[in-house]
Write a protein that binds this ligand. Structure first.
Ligand code: URA
Length: 445
C-alpha cells in the first residue's frame, strides 16, 4: 500500500515521483482506497509544481490502464482526431466517415458539450434514433463493418479520468498542463490507436485562449503520445469566431450533411469543409505512416483521395450507413425536415454599418446555450433544435439593419438574454480587422 501523504508531501516540495508511486496513487483512488481529500491535495500540489515528462507519461499510462484498452483485430491502421473543443466545431462528423472511405479505422469516442462549447455526442444524438451508447462489442462490430463508429465515453474506458476530472472540476485544478495532457490522452489512447491527430484550438472560444498556452498543450500531448508509441501531429487552429455558420446540434448536423452532399456552400462553410479535409488528410497520412507507409509522400495523395471521396458523396454514404448501423431512422438524413426543427426564429440586425471586427465565439456559444443548445452543467437537458446561424463574419462589411445572426429556439422566454449576449459578441468598426488564418501552425510533422 502506498503512503499517499508521503507522495503529496514530495510533490508539494517540488520533488519527483516514480512511475510506481503515480500508478499506485491512480489505482488506489480509482478503487476508492485513497480518499478525495488526499487526491485533492495531490492535484493542487501538481497544479503548482507540475509534472515532468516522465511523470506525465506515468500518469497517462496509469489512467489509460485504469480501464479497457480496445484491441482491434489486425487490419487497417487505427486513427482518430481529438479537438480541444470550441463553438461550431463539427469536423468530427465529416472526418470519421471520410477517413473510413480512405481505408482507415476510426473508433471515435467523444464527449458532450459544456458551457459555451458543443460536443460531438450531442450533435449525433440530434439525429432521430442515433445511439451513442453502444456496448464495446457493438461498437467494434460497426467499426469492423464500416471503418468508423462514434460513441460516448463508457464506464469501461479510462474510469480514472472520469473520477479525477470530477474532482479537478471542484478543486480548481483543471488548468494544469500535465493533468490536461494525461486526461485527454488516456481517453484517446484507450481506443488502441496507431495515430492521433490533435486539433488544438486557440482564440476567444477555445479552452486555451492564448496561442502560447494552446501551443504548449499541443507540444505536451505530442511528446507523450509519441513516447507511448502513437504517431501524432497537432494543428493549431483559430477559434476566435465560430467554425462554419451553424451553432447548435441539429443545425450543425445539417451543415455537415450539406458539405458531404456537395451542396452550394457559403464562404464560412467552405472554410469548414477545407479544415475538415485537411484534418482528415493529415490523419490518414499519419495512420499510413504508422502502418509502415512512406513518411514524406503520404500527405499529398491523402489530400487528393479525401477530396475525391468527399466530392463523390462517399463520405455522405458512409456517414449514413454508420448512423443507420447505430440506430438512426432509415432515410432520416435525406431531408433536413427529418431533423429536429425549432418552432421560432428571430433575426439579430446590425445596429449600425461597419466592418465586423469581432464575432466572439464564447459569447455566441453561450447565447446558443441559453436558447437550449448547450448545458451549464452536465446533468442539464438540451434542445437539439436550438441554436443560431452566424451571418456576419470577421472582416465582413455590414450595413445597418443587415443580419448578424439568426436564432432558432423553442423557449421564447430566453430570447432577450440570448440576443443581448450575441449583440455583445459583435464589434463593428470603421476598418477591417487583421486577417486570421484558420490553421496557424502544424506541429510534429
Ligand atoms: N478536456 C479533457 O478531456 N480533460 C481535461 O483535463 C481538459 C479538457
Amino acid at each position: 500500500m502506498i503512503r499517499a501523504e508521503e507522495i503529496i508531501r514530495r510533490k508539494r516540495d517540488g520533488g519527483t515521483l516514480s512511475e510506481a508511486e503515480i500508478a499506485g496513487l491512480v489505482a488506489g483512488y480509482t478503487a476508492g482506497e485513497i480518499p478525495d481529500y488526499q487526491l485533492s491535495a495531490w492535484l493542487m500540489a501538481v497544479y503548482f509544481r507540475g509534472l515532468d515528462g516522465v511523470e506525465t507519461r506515468a500518469l497517462t499510462r496509469a489512467m489509460l490502464h485504469s480501464g479497457r484498452v480496445l484491441a482491434l483485430p489486425p487490419g487497417a491502421p487505427v486513427a482518430d482526431k481529438h479537438s480541444t473543443g470550441g463553438v461550431g466545431d463539427k469536423t468530427s462528423l465529416i472526418i470519421a466517415p471520410l477517413a473510413a472511405c480512405c481505408g482507415i479505422r476510426v473508433p471515435m469516442i467523444s464527449g458532450r458539450g459544456l458551457g459555451h462549447t458543443g460536443g460531438t455526442l450531442d450533435k449525433l444524438e440530434s439525429i432521430p434514433g442515433f445511439r451513442t451508447r453502444l456496448s464495446l462489442g457493438e461498437f467494434e462490430a460497426v467499426l469492423e463493418r464500416l471503418g468508423c463508429a462514434m460513441i460516448g465515453q463508457t464506464e469501461e474506458i479510462a474510469p480514472a479520468d472520469r473520477k479525477l476530472y470530477a474532482l479537478r472540476d471542484v478543486t480548481a485544478t483543471v488548468e494544469s498542463l500535465p493533468l490536461i495532457t494525461a486526461s485527454i490522452l488516456s481517453k484517446k489512447l484507450a481506443e488502441g490507436l496507431d495515430a492521433l491527430l490533435l486539433d488544438v484550438k486557440f482564440g476567444d472560444g477555445a479552452f486555451m485562449q492564448a496561442y502560447d498556452d494552446a501551443r504548449a498543450l499541443a507540444l505536451s500531448m505530442l511528446g507523450i503520445a509519441r513516447e507511448m508509441g502513437v504517431r501524432a501531429e497537432a494543428l493549431l487552429t483559430d477559434m476566435e469566431q465560430p467554425l462554419g455558420e451553424m451553432v447548435g446540434n441539429a443545425l450543425e448536423v445539417e451543415e455537415c450533411l450539406a458539405i458531404m452532399r456537395g451542396d452550394a456552400l457559403t464562404e464560412a462553410q467552405s472554410a469548414l469543409r477545407e479544415l475538415a479535409l485537411e484534418l482528415t488528410a493529415r490523419m490518414v497520412a499519419l495512420a499510413r505512416q504508422a502502418g509502415g507507409g512512406p513518411a514524406a509522400a503520404a500527405l499529398e495523395p491523402a489530400r487528393a483521395e479525401c477530396q475525391r471521396h468527399l466530392a463523390a458523396g462517399a463520405a455522405m454514404e458512409r456517414f449514413q450507413a454508420m448512423a443507420e448501423a447505430q440506430g438512426a431512422e432509415p432515410g432520416c438524413l435525406e431531408s433536413p425536415a427529418r431533423l429536429p426543427r425549432a418552432r421560432h426564429e428571430s433575426l439579430l440586425a446590425a445596429p449600425r454599418a461597419g466592418y465586423v471586427r469581432a464575432a466572439r465565439a464564447r459569447a455566441l456559444g453561450t447565447a446558443a446555450m441559453l436558447l437550449g443548445a448547450g448545458r451549464r452543467q452536465l446533468s442539464d437537458a438540451i434542445d437539439p433544435a436550438a441554436g443560431l446561424r452566424l451571418q456576419a463574419r470577421l472582416g465582413d462589411w455590414v450595413e445597418a439593419g443587415a443580419p448578424l445572426c439568426t436564432f432558432y429556439y423553442n423557449l421564447p422566454e430566453r430570447l432577450d438574454a440570448a440576443r443581448a449576449l450575441a449583440l455583445s459578441a459583435f464589434e463593428l468598426g470603421g476598418s477591417p480587422p487583421e486577417a486570421r488564418r484558420l490553421v496557424r501552425e502544424v506541429l510534429g510533422s
